[in-house]
Design a protein around this ligand. Structure first.
Ligand SMILES: [Fe+2]
Length: 189
């Protein structure tokens, strides 16, 4: 099933079936997914890997530079999020390797490839970091959620499940961070 969906168009500009992986060579494996599927999944997961590593560095940036109200609580929370995101990075990278691909996770590749906005270096207050980090977490959750649809299109249930597990985690972290600023409900009509 390779029908065109809005999801793949929004994440990569082309559907999985239209994408030409940057690296079409794969390691041999007895994994029974078709090589073309493995190549496309590895390519798409490398995009998500870049986003995820970028998010991890942004968690540390917030953890190190936060000042002011709720310092110790937020300092610890941001490090807990970093630890979880590091696990998500490993899940994505090792799935790429399982499929015979090469996980492309160097800082230079990530800086070039990440879909997340740059984290501002001059932030200081708790509110500023809560706002910036929740924006980054939400942006990553969005690309991971769209990635689930892409894995479903490529019929790789395991990669879809991995991104679902990751999205479940980041949705919870988004709640933990955003709750510091959710003072009132808004009318959604
Ligand atoms: Fe630390």
């Amino acid at each position: 099933m390779t029908t065109k969906t809005a999801a793949s168009t929004r994440t990569g500009g082309a559907t999985p079936s239209e994408r030409t992986p940057a690296n079409t060579k794969l390691y041999r494996t007895k994994n029974d997914l078709p090589p073309a599927t493995r190549a496309q999944v590895a390519d798409l997961l490398n995009q998500r890997l870049a986003d995820c590593i970028d998010l991890q560095t942004q968690c540390k940036q917030a953890h190190w530079n936060l000042k002011g109200a709720n310092f110790i609580a937020l300092h610890k929370l941001f490090d807990e999020i970093n630890d979880s995101v590091e696990d998500y990075v490993d899940l994505i990278a090792e799935r790429i390797a399982q499929l015979g691909g090469i996980a492309e996770g160097t800082a230079r590749v990530v800086a070039e490839r990440s879909a997340l906005d740059v984290y501002p270096l001059v932030l200081e207050t708790s509110d500023e970091h809560v706002d910036a980090l929740s924006t980054a977490i939400a942006a990553f959750a969005r690309t991971a959620r769209l990635g689930i649809d892409e894995m479903d299109e490529l019929e790789d249930a395991v990669s879809s499940d991995i991104l679902t597990e990751i999205t479940r985690g980041v949705d919870q972290w988004l709640w933990f961070v955003e709750a510091h600023q959710q003072g009132e409900r808004v009318d959604i009509s």
